[in-house]
Design a protein around this ligand. Sequence first.
Ligand SMILES: Cc1cc2nc3c(=O)[nH]c(=O)nc-3n(C[C@H](O)[C@H](O)[C@H](O)COP(=O)(O)OP(=O)(O)OC[C@H]3O[C@@H](n4cnc5c(N)ncnc54)[C@H](O)[C@@H]3O)c2cc1C
Length: 635
Amino acid sequence: MTDSQMHPSHDPDMVVDTSGMSNDKRAAMEVAEAARGGIVEEPSFAGEMFDGRFRPDLVFPFPPQSDDERKIGDDLIEPLFKYLETHLDPEEVDETRTIPQAVIDEMARFGVFAMKVPAEYGGLGLSQVNYNRVMMRFASLCGSTAVLVSAHQSIGVPQPLKMFGTEAQKKKYFPRFREGAISAFALTEPDVGSDPAKMATTAVPSEDGSHYVLNGEKLWCTNGPIAELLVVMAKTPPRMVRGREKTQISAFIVEGQWDGIEQVHRCDFMGIRGIQNGLMRFRDVRVPAENLLGEEGKGLKLALATLNTGRLTIPAACTGAAKQCLSIVRRWGGTRTQWGSPVGKHEAGRQKLAYIAATTFAMEAITFLVSHWADRGDMDIRIEAAMAKLFCSEHAWDVVDQTLQLRGGRGYEKASSLAARGEEPFPVERMMREMRINRIIEGTTEIMHLFLAREALDPHLRLASDLLKRGVPLSRKLAAAGKLVRHYAAWYPAQWVNASLWRTHSEAGALAGHVKYVDRTSHRLARALFHAMMRHQSRLELRQVLLGQLIDIGTELFAMSATCSYARHEAQRRGDQTPIEVADIFCVEARGRIENSFSRIHGNATRRNNRFAKRVLSGDLKWIEEGITWIGQDE
Ligand SMILES: Cc1cc2nc3c(=O)[nH]c(=O)nc-3n(C[C@H](O)[C@H](O)[C@H](O)COP(=O)(O)OP(=O)(O)OC[C@H]3O[C@@H](n4cnc5c(N)ncnc54)[C@H](O)[C@@H]3O)c2cc1C
């Protein structure tokens, strides 16, 4: 990198110092920072926890779903799935890469494409909890159909329209979803994956301001080839801020049938093969100015705000699939006998059954706790929704992998092949192919770690921002230092000596020991974050493995809290203590993972691997690849 590529001055509005970054990195960081929600007044359970304040009052008691609310969900779920279970064959969808149009039409009649559209605009107006109950059920049956519905409803036009649309836009577009219009969300491009700053699609305003002209390509747009409506992200002209150009990304509602839109290619994937997902091109597409969604330059913020609740569909879908896995291993583990015992009774099998059951319960707890918070509308759920996505997508992958392992060779065999030779057609092979995508879409695991680390560090970054940044005047640095010393003089000792030492957590009943652990460990985590910040200062963002471990600890603590609360609720609802036992099993496992993460924080392996990886990229270790048939080009 040359000096000219480095930007000499930082942006005073930025909490993060960008002055030493390359142009590409700085642009990425500025776009990411601008898309953040900024200071939010509403409480966040996990946000408080990262700052060393454990708030059981936010989690206990578990919010119940009222009977009336539940009935609203049941009234859709029961007839809809009675129909789907007899008319939708997920294996055929997978094989033919087609969800039958008759099924899509019938789903539209049920109102599936207007589930979250407010009732005053003709929609079903489902709460997030009921919507996620529906999505959980979809995912337990057919991954492709779940993704079709989710891409439309969770991230496609309905959600951002509800959050950011004008009255005129709502009146115009919402009723179309009740009639069955399917929508899509178009952000990704060939060069824009996790880094939207590199966006190449442009929307240039016409001279008279009546419309924008849209040009560019969008990749992997789920539902794109069949969408009647799309939310398209595009660059609008940059804004000058203190003599520097600031990238502006805006969001537009685009009609799929407009002139200039071309479906270039339908992509084919390892799983969810029934989805229509493609590379699409926009050539001089005329978008009326009134189709701008939200304000110009706020597109990415809109996308992230959409994802805060949209992302909750993934935990719901993962929970549905995990429940299906549990059902399969329960039946198979008890009947398949080898070496004189059912495979679920050998110790190796038992461990799998315990992990799958307890983890599935935890996934359900997190999904419905955060969904309920989303419905309340007065909680900041950015962190918890991302944690739910991270936790459920990672564990669902382990759940399906362990299910496949317990099924042995039959786990690897297609359901159609099993059926053809007269065996129970458990679709574990398809489920595994379908589950893998959850660790990639709507924020990869690595990006979730970065996003969560940024949020976890926010209170510290805000306080230390002026001290850490280069180019800040000395007077401001001194003022910041004074503020910092005063804050940490009280905060830091409180992370060692605090109420966690004597709080009994009677709200958790028999699970109080685990909640006490969460309370204590929240402070330990806050200290670890603080120590990491002191040690690495402005280079902390480069320590992705360390940050990832701290985030994983926070996520497990959140999962434990949600699970203990849910167990209390379920034990009472069912009049049975089994949920307490399930939560106990989960918490013991989670505590093991947490302690393991803490113990790895100070290891040297990461630094060594970093140096080693550089040599892999340089081609130094190419000799290890010897003896294979080359695929593709080598530069
Ligand atoms: C089936 C499917 C459906 C999709 N549906 C949609 C859709 O409807 N709409 C849409 O807009 N997009 C969609 N996508 C795109 C999806 O959101 C992207 O694949 C995802 O954002 C990741 O981008 P990428 O694949 O280009 O990976 P890249 O960004 O190229 O990343 C490659 C790897 O590097 C890691 N990485 C990247 N940056 C960093 C970093 N700073 N630090 C550490 N690691 C990093 C990533 O985590 C990943 O592991 C879909 C993709 C698929 C496969």
